[in-house]
Design a binder for this molecule. Structure first.
Ligand code: ADP
Ligand code: ZN
Length: 716
């Protein structure tokens, strides 16, 4: 199988579970596969299809995707076709003839086709070896995307009782899973459930303040890369797309209210890499199989974590580092509530509110995001030292002694009778004589007015930690109340010490300064290869990713393969692609090597190489700051620190900003620019009334370097 994998798909290694699944299928047993988007489900039936003698049927609800999928298979030299309502009658007839003559290995079908009696009789005449049912949750009414046409698939088990069936989905609760198995009458299927962790995605949450500026900065970081921005309303998508265009970005809107021509066109431009940003409502995405989306932004926060995880799942299907950024604001929560309030069914309403609360809780976490979300989906996540790829794990954490304040909070919860919410408890502790407090005579109890050294926000953060630690528990729906737990009572009794992490609200705002995780490669060569890919794709009327994925191009721009033999070892290069595109790519690589005097690197064996390269960067993610801090403490000049760490001075200063947010006492006085220059920088920032450097740089007639402006900014 590994041989087939390399020959046809150009991959050296299976992803987790793929091999088990494929073996089960080859043994002609039924299989149920639950894997997150981008997990590599398609291969689980495509590879066995090549090995089987007869035909493999693939049922998919996404007509728009079929053509891309089939084109991609053809580019790999695999005889695949599709039949759906978008094809003219004659073409369908021709494909059916080819299928009958055994010229086709994999046939994609839309489910409604099976309702046609004639088509059923046609299928009866064929030698079918395997039936694959993609997006299998569409058969279940309990799922979120029920499609009545999928009911036709029940026929399969009756009419092709000897043919193995493989059902695949990315979204299924236990209930849906059982339903799928039952509806399809799967025969004692092997159930394969993979981890839902998407290692290559970073999860970042930021306060929705100065939101548009922030968005611009995030997009600047992802210049020329494919991105989706999810918004609340149709109007928002159009407005933001327009504003982004003014800022010089290549952006288009997408929502269900646009006419289908425009929708189709915008989607196509995105897939063909002619437009890099789509600003969309959640209507966008189902029909998108683009593997190289590097950024998904939720400009408004999502209604449910299920939806959120599905939407962010569209990022980085190719396994390369990609970012998911969520803008969080209380106001957005209210927008959702407004619609939930209008629901008629009270159960549905409560359910919706509960889901919304879970999203809020996710946003307000002070612990690893990945851990939270995986736990939410019932998966344990144990990783010492955090995931290294969420805003929490990437921000430097500062510990403080929270013993006394926690004791005060817990006592207050007890003394007010375990029946009030966060705000009330804070008001009592801070000594605010609100009407409710007066009425309850809580202004007379011993805990009234005993806290004055914490802000309300800080208090809330501490309470959240106490909840996470299970010292406090929350009950109730819209107006949740706090009560103390046995664990909390013990904590008070035993006079235990407690250290908590300070929440770095502002640091989180600065998250965009966190270096983007990236794998090393030569960016100039990569851009040249990308241009060639686009050219070949247009000529062949294929999406660029069907020629080669970003992973392949990046490997080329890292190892510089200079002959066919080495080129064929690049991930994603199978026999057919080597033959079709090898020489064009080799020409560019060889010219580049010559012009720049580069020696090709030896390509290590096996597919481990990419994974190793990612891991190395993830690990160094945090230690960078530590190193910078040590050198700052030694009062080394920025230039020297930059040299030592191999970054630009600008990058070091970004580290510094983050370190300063975490530790205001860090002594950087020695870095201050001379007084009169600092004065000019200060003046420029005031005049421009802008946080960004560019306007200031221009205001100062380009007399100050960006680095100096940035370091000046730290002393304003
Ligand atoms: P899913 O259907 O689960 O969302 P896909 O089957 O579309 O995922 O696969 C996602 C991406 O991963 C595709 O670009 C695919 O080519 C790639 N891929 C799948 N299996 C492997 C593998 N064993 N090695 C490298 N890349 C793979
Ligand atoms: Zn984390």
């Amino acid at each position: 199988m590994k041989q087939l994998l390399k020959t046809y798909f150009g991959y050296d290694e299976f992803r987790p579970l793929q091999e088990d699944i494929i073996n089960n299928v080859l043994n002609k047993k039924d299989t149920f596969v639950l894997m997150p988007t981008g997990g590599g489900k398609s291969l689980c039936y495509q590879l066995p299809a090549l090995k089987f003698e007869g035909l493999t049927l693939v049922i998919s609800p996404l007509i728009a995707l079929m053509k891309d999928q089939v084109d991609a298979l053809k580019a790999n030299g695999i005889a695949a076709e599709y039949i759906n309502s978008s094809l003219p009658y004659q073409e369908i007839a021709q494909i059916q003839r080819n299928v009958s003559e055994g010229k086709v290995k994999i046939l994609y079908l839309a489910p409604e086709r099976l309702a046609l009696g004639q088509f059923q009789s046609f299928l009866q005449t064929l030698k079918i070896s395997l039936i694959a049912i993609d997006e299998a949750h569409c058969i279940s009414q309990w799922g979120h995307d029920f499609r009545p046409d999928y009911r036709n698939l029940k026929l399969f088990r009756k009419q092709f009782s000897q043919v193995p069936i493989i059902a695949l989905t990315a979204t299924a609760t236990l209930k849906v899973r059982e339903d799928i198995v039952e509806q399809l009458s799967l025969n004692n299927p092997k159930i394969c459930v993979s981890s839902f962790d998407r290692e290559n995605l970073s999860f970042l949450i930021t306060r929705k303040r100065k939101a548009f500026d922030k968005l611009v900065r995030i997009l600047e970081k992802h210049k020329n890369e494919s991105a989706i921005i999810y918004c609340f309303s149709r109007k928002d998508t159009e407005k933001i797309a327009e504003d982004l265009k003014i800022e010089g970005f290549n952006a288009l809107p997408y929502h269900a209210g646009l006419n289908s021509e425009i929708r189709k066109r915008n989607q196509e431009l995105f897939i063909k890499d002619e437009v890099s940003i789509i600003v969309a409502t959640i209507a966008f995405g189902m029909g998108i199989d683009k593997p190289d989306i590097r950024l998904v932004v939720h400009y408004t926060f999502p209604k449910t974590l299920e939806g959120y995880y599905q939407e962010v799942g569209r990022a980085g299907r190719d396994g390369l580092p990609s970012e998911c950024v969520l803008f969080y604001s209380y106001g957005d929560r209210m927008k959702h509530e407004f619609f939930i309030d209008k629901m008629e069914d009270i159960n549905e309403q409560n359910n919706a509110l509960k889901k919304l609360d879970q999203v809020v809780e996710y946003c307000e976490q002070t612990e690893c995001r990945r851990k939270f979300i995986l736990n939410y989906f019932g998966e344990e996540y144990v990783q010492r030292g955090g995931c290294g790829a969420c805003d929490i794990c990437l921000s430097p954490q500062v510990k403080f002694d929270a013993t006394e304040i926690s004791q005060k909070i817990l006592s207050c919860v007890i003394k007010t009778g375990n029946r009030f919410g966060k705000k009330y408890v804070i008001d009592v502790l801070e000594g605010r004589s609100t009407e409710q407090i007066m009425n309850n005579r809580h202004n007379t109890i011993s805990v009234f007015n005993i806290v004055d050294d914490f802000t309300d926000e800080e208090m809330k953060d501490i309470m959240r930690s106490l909840i996470t630690l299970n010292f406090l528990q929350v009950a109730g729906g819209r107006y949740p109340t706090l009560s103390i737990t046995n664990k909390g009572i013990n904590f008070l009794k035993e006079k235990e010490l407690l250290e908590l992490s300070k929440t770095q609200e502002d640091t989180r705002d600065l998250y965009e300064n966190i270096p983007k995780q990236e794998i090393e490669y030569d960016h100039n060569l990569f851009e040249k290869l990308r241009a060639l890919r686009k050219q070949i794709a247009d000529k062949n009327k294929l999406p660029p990713f069907a020629i080669f994925g970003d992973t392949s191009l990046q490997e080329m721009a890292y190892y510089f393969p200079s002959d066919k033999n080495n080129f064929s070892r690049i991930e994603g290069v199978g026999i057919k692609k080597l033959e079709s595109f090898g020489s064009a790519f080799l020409e560019i690589i060889n010219n580049y090597i010559k012009e720049n005097n580069i020696a090709p690197l030896e390509i290590p064996d096996r597919g481990k190489r990419r994974v190793n390269r990612i891991k190395r960067l993830v690990k160094t993610g945090m230690s960078r700051y530590t190193k910078t801090k040590e050198m700052i403490l030694e009062k080394l000049p920025l230039s020297e620190i930059a040299k030592e760490e191999g970054f630009t001075e600008g990058t070091i200063m970004k580290h510094l900003e983050i370190l300063l947010e975490a530790d205001k006492n860090l002594d950087i006085e020695y870095l201050k620019p001379p007084e009169e220059r600092l004065e000019k920088i200060k003046n420029a920032f005031e005049e421009c009334g802008d946080e960004r450097l560019k306007p200031v740089f221009e205001f100062l007639d380009e007399e100050f370097s960006y680095d100096e402006i940035r370091s000046g900014k730290m002393f304003l």
